[in-house]
Design a protein around this ligand. Structure first.
Ligand SMILES: Nc1ncnc2c1ncn2[C@@H]1O[C@H](COP(=O)(O)OP(=O)(O)OP(=O)(O)O)[C@@H](O)[C@H]1O
Ligand SMILES: [Mg+2]
Length: 227
């Protein structure tokens, strides 16, 4: 199946004061349809940095990055926001739910941004709520939900547009073991139905759900072949 994202010697540096911090060393990687790619590694190793590059949230410092045939290096912020809206579903490490909107409205947000409303949109939102088992809490504001429930709403919001590339930053961190299994099974099934799914975690128990694994240590990303 096809390649959705491609990194060629992509690195990311941050300037902090007069210091330069290398968050990601030059990395070459492909993310393909039909695969759940697990990105694993300790805290501060560069996992979110790698995911944010794939998600067109940040630009590479060096190297070449393509997402869905778009050459990210040369694109404007507004072009990138269109790629994010049309191609990518992102579950952020801190959920990023909009506080004044209830669960259902949060999930509907990307469809609204796409100019989609009415029966078809309602049906998609309903399906996404069902998928994460949150139908009965659809009228709740984020602050009225537990961390795990907010995480499930964030997952539903990422999937509601049916994106080709699904990126999840620690999607199971706030979930108990059973909910974790349900979410990971669903993400793996999604991949097997043809999507490209990348999941960031520091939890080795998630390895069993992966088709491929990349381990990040101190900014160095390496593919793991035996797991
Ligand atoms: N915007 C930023 N400005 C400066 N440094 C940053 C920035 N974002 C990340 N870093 C640094 O880059 C390194 C990698 O950060 P990153 O968030 O990718 O780690 P991570 O593997 O996701 O960690 P965690 O598991 O704790 O979420 C860290 O040293 C971090 O402090
Ligand atoms: Mg992180």
């Amino acid at each position: 199946m096809g390649t959705i994202a491609k990194l060629e010697n992509v690195s990311k540096e941050y300037k902090v004061g007069d210091q330069t911090l290398i968050a990601l060393q030059p990395t070459t990687l492909e993310v393909r349809e039909g695969e759940l790619l697990l990105i694993i590694g300790p805290s501060g190793s560069g996992k979110t940095t790698l995911l944010s590059l794939l998600g067109c949230v940040i630009y590479p410092t060096a190297g070449k990055l393509w997402v869905e045939d778009n050459f990210v290096n040369d694109m404007s912020q507004s072009q990138l926001s269109r790629v994010r809206l049309n191609t990518i579903g992102f579950v952020f490490q801190n959920f990023n739910l909009l506080a004044p909107l209830n669960a259902e409205q949060n999930i509907a947000m990307p469809l609204q941004l796409m100019g989609k409303s009415g029966k078809e949109a309602d049906k998609k939102v309903k399906g996404a709520l069902e998928l994460v088992g949150m139908t009965d809490r659809k009228n709740n504001l984020p602050k009225q939900l537990s961390g795990g429930q907010q995480q499930r709403i964030a997952i539903a919001r990422a999937l509601v547009t049916d994106p080709k590339l699904v990126l999840c930053d620690e999607p199971t961190a706030s979930l108990d073991k059973d909910s974790m299994g349900v979410v990971m099974q669903e993400l793996r099934a999604l991949a097997e139905r043809g999507k490209a799914v990348a999941v960031v975690t520091h939890d080795p128990r998630l390895k069993q759900y992966a088709h491929r694994i990349v381990e990040v240590n101190n900014g160095i990303a390496k593919e793991v072949t035996d797991f």
